[in-house]
Ligand binder design. Structure first.
Ligand code: GLY
Length: 419
């Protein structure tokens, strides 16, 4: 089976690594891929992954049997619609299905119809109405740009003036394609946790939960990032959380989308808050998490390619997925200046040495191969994933491995997976 993977970060390197282990795979290519993925298959540079026509042409030219899409942007651009139209099998939601992530107002409306517990909210396109509404609600204020803003469109604040200013920014188009509509919702207090599912249009099968570390500095301090590390399994969650999320959140959402003619075949990621009134949905993403994918796929004891083909076809096997009885920890190594202004071009050493350590895998996120060697090429540079019998064992190995990687300005959290 010939597979095309769309994307080039740590999540896609991990997806490629797992897909390459399938006994039915014959060829694996990625657009654009990265230097880590290049050990698994060909990387095709120079194509905008939101260019639906270019992705279709690439898939047809390479007689691809399945296209797997990692990030949200190509899904929101309609890559799956274009591939399906051209007769190419793809795993990922269509453009309308991807609106669960690309429009917060759409996601709220689907949740309302599906009876999914979530924060009360209102959407506004008129600045004055949004500003007046904020005067009637209690702090903390949660103000969100409607569309894809890559983590930059949300403000949670106690300050009414700041909240009103943010609503104005959102509606004035500050967040580009995410602009013109603002969603104002009640604040949800409680621990955050993510549940991921593979969906085949009507049914969903859950992945195990992973806990990620979003803040830049130890102890949950500093700015928000894409994720500084994570671990799985997470044992301090309610026993029935995953099952409840499938039956009370994911299944009703799939059924509600189906009422509108949307067959959601793809990963669905529910960000939950464990409130005093039970779990409530904070947001949906139409993809897997990054870096959560890196630990989950390190633990998954299934043929991922077979699973994704069957889900793309709409006939996923029933039953829970099989997992290795091991823990996995990912420590993300970042560049100086991340998240605002990451420094690039620093020489990286130690990757081959770390990859040769048993039970350790390096997944590349933002690296570049040059004639002089590997250099940094963005904020999150490398993921060091270790597995062990327990989370503390995997954690100790991940940090030991990370100590062998060097580049100027390297920064990583020291408290990932610390109890
Ligand atoms: N790690 C969070 C995300 O992928 O959105």
């Amino acid at each position: 089976m010939r597979v095309l993977l769309v994307g080039g970060g740590g999540r896609e390197h991990a997806l490629g690594w797992k897909l390459a282990q399938s006994h039915t795979i014959t060829d694996l290519i990625a657009v654009p891929g990265n230097p880590g993925f290049a050990q698994l298959g060909a990387c095709i540079p120079g194509i905008d992954i939101k260019d639906t026509e270019a992705i279709v042409d690439l898939a047809l030219a390479n007689a691809i049997d399945l296209v797997v899409i990692g990030p949200e942007a190509p899904l929101a651009a309609g890559v799956v619609d274009a591939l399906t139209e051209a007769g190419v099998r793809a795993y990922g939601p269509t453009k309308t299905g991807a609106r669960l992530e690309s429009s917060k107002a759409f996601a709220k409306e689907i949740m309302r119809r599906a009876g999914v517990p979530t924060a009360n909210s209102r959407a506004f396109t008129d600045v004055d109405e949004a500003i007046d509404y904020l005067e009637t609600v209690k702090p903390p204020y949660v103000v969100k740009a409607d569309g894809l803003a890559y983590g930059k469109g949300v403000l949670v604040t106690e300050d009414l003036i700041a909240a009103q200013g943010w609503a104005r920014l959102c509606i004035s188009g500050e967040f580009g394609e995410a602009g013109s509509t603002v969603v104002i919702e009640d604040h949800l207090a409680g621990q955050e946790v993510s549940v991921f599912a593979i969906c085949d249009g009507t049914r969903a099968v859950a992945l195990e939960p992973a806990r990620d570390y979003k803040r830049h500095l130890d102890g949950g301090r500093g700015p928000n990032t894409g994720g500084m590390g994570c671990y799985s399994p997470v044992t301090d969650l309610p026993d029935d959380l995953v099952d409840r999320t499938i039956t009370q959140v994911i299944d009703p959402v799939l059924a509600t989308l189906a009422e509108d003619g949307i067959e959601y075949r793809g990963f669905l990621y529910a960000g939950l808050v464990l409130t005093d009134e039970g779990p409530k949905v904070l947001e949906f993403n139409c993809r897997l998490g990054d870096p959560e994918t890196q630990v989950l796929l390190s633990r998954l004891n299934e043929d991922l390619l077979e699973l994704l083909v069957s889900a793309a076809e709409g006939y996923m096997p029933d039953g829970p997925l099989q997992w290795y009885d091991r823990a996995a920890v990912d420590v993300v190594l970042t560049a100086a200046g991340y998240p605002d202004n990451p420094e690039v071009g620093r020489a990286i050493s130690g990757v081959n040495e770390v990859n040769s350590i048993p039970n350790v895998q390096v997944f590349h996120a933002n690296t570049k191969r040059t004639p002089d060697g590997l250099i940094t090429a963005g904020g999150r540079v490398l993921n060091i994933v270790a597995t062990g019998q327990t989370v503390p064992e995997a954690r100790a190995l991940a940090y030991e491995a990370a100590s062998h990687i060097h580049f100027g300005g390297i920064h990583f959290r020291r408290d990932v997976a610390q109890s």
